[in-house]
Design a binder for this molecule. Structure first.
Ligand SMILES: Nc1ncnc2c1ncn2[C@@H]1O[C@H](COP(=O)(O)OP(=O)(O)OP(=O)(O)O)[C@@H](O)[C@H]1O
Ligand SMILES: [Mg+2]
Length: 257
């Protein structure tokens, strides 16, 4: 479903991705770990077609993103749900409307006629409230983003990403900045929704404990490429000094500080 082939990307002469290759497992959770600034978010942006590679290919469900036009890309993006680093809610919309937003856009094309308005609204209401229930926010639907905590914002972002029941869900550091308990709530939510809807799930993290907990497989991005991919055991018993240093969080080792 999601394949990156020999991706190279530089910004202002600095190479960020250098021949990055990865084939994400379908209907599984893959956690991509790596140091801050190593290119994790840029990798996700390539998958969404928000950034074009200097060379290499991004294949989504067999479709090369370089070979399609803007309209086709927009169509393809409907397969995706995305939780951006930082949440990225619409500040001027309440929680209900934030989650309803993708659904409203979608229904505009499915039920375009005026006489469908009532049907549309009742269906939107039903689905949004169900989703808010799933993320534990059933009674906060009329609050504004500024009135809720960081953990609640992340849950709203998760609900919004899942509302169209996408085939591929991307999470960019979904728990950064949250307390350990709220992090666990979000992680459990990522696991339970993936098990329920069986989407292909890619989670970016720099927290190794989190990667172990939620990843069916873990991939490590280092120096612009994926240097290891495997399950928890592979990472726990890796002989690679770079992985050992990252996993143990040590200052000493081959990773330059
Ligand atoms: N639009 C851009 N223009 C120039 N440089 C960029 C751009 N986007 C990203 N970069 C650079 O690419 C590198 C990788 O950035 P990226 O945001 O992917 O890091 P990251 O691994 O997600 O880090 P973090 O864990 O801190 O979020 C950084 O050095 C960043 O400055
Ligand atoms: Mg990032």
């Amino acid at each position: 479903m999601v394949v990156l082939e020999n991706i190279c990307k530089s910004f202002d002469g600095a190479e960020v991705l250098k021949n990055l290759n990865i084939n994400f497992d379908d209907k599984k959770i893959t956690v991509v770990i790596g140091r801050s600034g190593c290119g994790k978010t840029i990798m996700l942006k390539h998958i969404l077609g928000l950034v074009k590679p200097d060379s290499g290919r991004v294949l989504i469900d067999g479709v090369d993103l370089n070979a399609i036009d803007r309209k086709e890309l927009n169509e393809l993006r409907k397969k995706f749900g995305m939780v951006f680093q930082g949440g990225a809610l619409f500040d001027s919309l309440n929680i209900f409307e934030n989650v309803a937003f993708p659904l409203r856009q979608h229904f505009k094309t499915v039920f375009p006629l005026k006489q469908h308005a009532e049907l549309r609204e009742s269906e939107i209401k039903k689905r949004v409230l169900l989703k808010l229930d799933e993320v534990g926010l059933r009674n906060s639907e009329y609050k504004m983003p500024a009135e809720i905590s960081g953990g609640m914002m992340k849950r709203v972002a998760v609900a919004r990403a899942l509302i169209l029941e996408p085939e591929i869900v991307l999470f960019d550091e979904p728990t950064t900045g949250l307390d350990p308990i709220m992090s666990d709530v979000i992680n459990n939510l990522i696991i339970s929704t993936q098990r329920k809807f069986k989407h292909t799930c890619i989670v970016i993290s720099h927290n190794i404990a989190e990667a172990y907990k939620i990843g069916d497989s873990i991939a490590m991005l280092y120096d612009g490429a994926i240097i290891e991919i495997g399950d928890v055991e592979v990472f726990k018993h890796s002989e690679n000094p770079i992985i050992r240093q990252f996993v143990s969080g040590s200052m000493t080792g081959p990773i330059a500080i």
